[in-house]
Design a protein around this ligand. Structure first.
Ligand SMILES: [Mg+2]
Length: 258
């Protein structure tokens, strides 16, 4: 990241332009962690007021309480879109049961991320197949895609509809390789991250804006940190991050906060 930032600095252009300049902004979802229904309601109401239209819900710990939380969120944010992220937490039949129950409630998530264990290829294939054919829901591979080899396998064996790119997981060069093979194969792309400050997440945001090829954007962790040692890099307003013409990544360490 630092080398690519240095390259952008040396030719005095912002990173998002170096990556292709498709756009100078992105719109992210925001995550609701595994909490009680009342805590989820509070968070959903706050994010609704702040203009977030896509909520990413961490699920996979307990099927019934996941459904309860979702029902509660809908009561305060009825128009929001849902991304579900099970972080490998379900067995295939449980993941399908969640979709069945949501369907009965009239809820269709826009994406179901990593429903089953990373090595459960058979389960991932089954959930993907049922989710798409029965409910029109796309399934994303996150933990199941940690390398170019994983991406090739996912594409070859039709295991998922979307691949979640994380720079901390694949590295920048690895990410570009996976992006290229996914685009060639017609697989949709998501961009996410680990718990990252504005520095790494800003870099990923520049990349997403500049390439313009991501159908799902999940770059919210700087919004969830109590303190961020990095300033600038982009301007966040609700769910939208806007990148200006500052050169490179554009962010700086705030030394008082380090
Ligand atoms: Mg994930």
């Amino acid at each position: 990241m630092a080398l690519i930032d240095a390259a952008a600095n040396s030719i005095r252009i912002p990173l998002w332009r170096l990556f292709g300049g498709a756009s100078n902004y992105i719109t992210t979802d925001i995550t609701i962690p595994i909490v009680s229904p009342s805590e989820a309601v509070e968070l959903a109401a706050k994010y609704c007021r702040q203009g977030f239209s896509t909520l990413k819900l961490k699920v996979g710990k307990d099927l019934n309480s996941d459904i309860e939380v979702l029902r509660a969120i809908r009561s305060v944010h009825p128009d929001c879109s849902f991304v579900l992220d099970a972080n490998e937490g379900y067995k295939a039949h449980q993941a399908i049961e969640v979709l069945d129950k949501l369907h009965a409630m009239g809820v269709t998530p826009t994406l179901f991320e990593q429903p089953v264990h990373r090595d459960d290829c058979e389960g991932l294939h089954l959930v993907s197949h049922v989710a798409k054919d029965k409910y029109g829901v796309s399934v994303a591979a996150d933990e199941s895609c940690r390398s170019v080899n994983d991406a090739n396998k996912i594409i070859r064996e039709n295991l998922a509809h979307v691949i979640n790119i994380k720079l901390a997981k694949l590295g920048v060069i690895g990410a570009f390789e996976v992006i290229n093979i996914a685009r060639e194969a017609g697989i949709a792309l998501m961009i996410g991250g680990m718990v990252e400050t504005r520095l790494a997440m800003g870099f990923a945001g520049h990349l997403a804006a500049g390439l313009g090829c991501f159908s799902f954007i999940d770059l919210d962790t700087p919004l969830l940190l109590a303190e961020d040692p990095v300033i600038q890099g982009y301007e966040a307003s609700g769910s939208v991050y806007k990148f200006d013409n500052s050169i490179g990544q554009g962010g700086f360490l705030q030394w008082d906060n380090v």
